[in-house]
Write a new protein. Structure first.
Length: 140
């Protein structure tokens, strides 16, 4: 991983074999980023994405293995219970240009991944909603 800082922007290169979410969380901890956004592109060979089923309030995840382009990844950085919380969605494309997308649970970089993290001064927490079944944005 390599990080370049420009004001409130962090340009991140994540290398082959690194897990994207773990690496982004580490960058956030190291740079005291408790609120922000992330956008990125790259390639991965093992990706888990999911869909939240509102009726059952359950995530249905699927793992994809092989060559996939991440085109693109977007997310929000907040906190929950004092820890960095990433809410990230991604689209991945296979060799036939078929696209799959949803809530990103895991992604292992196969070549490289590049992202821009924008740090926002402040903090927004999350609280679990019994009604919805998700961790929703909540004031600190």
């Amino acid at each position: 991983m390599k990080v370049f800082k420009f004001g409130n922007k962090f340009i991140i290169r994540i290398d082959r074999g690194e897990e994207i979410l773990d690496t982004v969380k580490a960058v956030c901890k190291e740079n005291d980023i408790k609120l922000g956004s992330i956008a990125g592109i790259g390639a991965a060979n093992r990706v888990t994405i999911g869909l939240f089923e509102t009726k059952t309030r359950e995530y249905h995840s699927r793992e994809f293995t092989g060559d996939y382009e991440i085109a693109p990844l977007f997310g929000i950085i907040t906190t929950m219970d004092g820890e960095i919380y990433l809410h990230i969605h991604a689209n991945i494309c296979d060799s036939r240009h078929q696209s799959f997308g949803g809530h990103l649970s895991s992604a292992i970089v196969s070549a490289t991944f590049e992202a821009i993290v924008t740090k926002i001064e402040g903090e927004v927490d999350r609280k679990f909603s019994d009604e919805i079944g998700l961790n929703l944005l909540s004031p600190v």
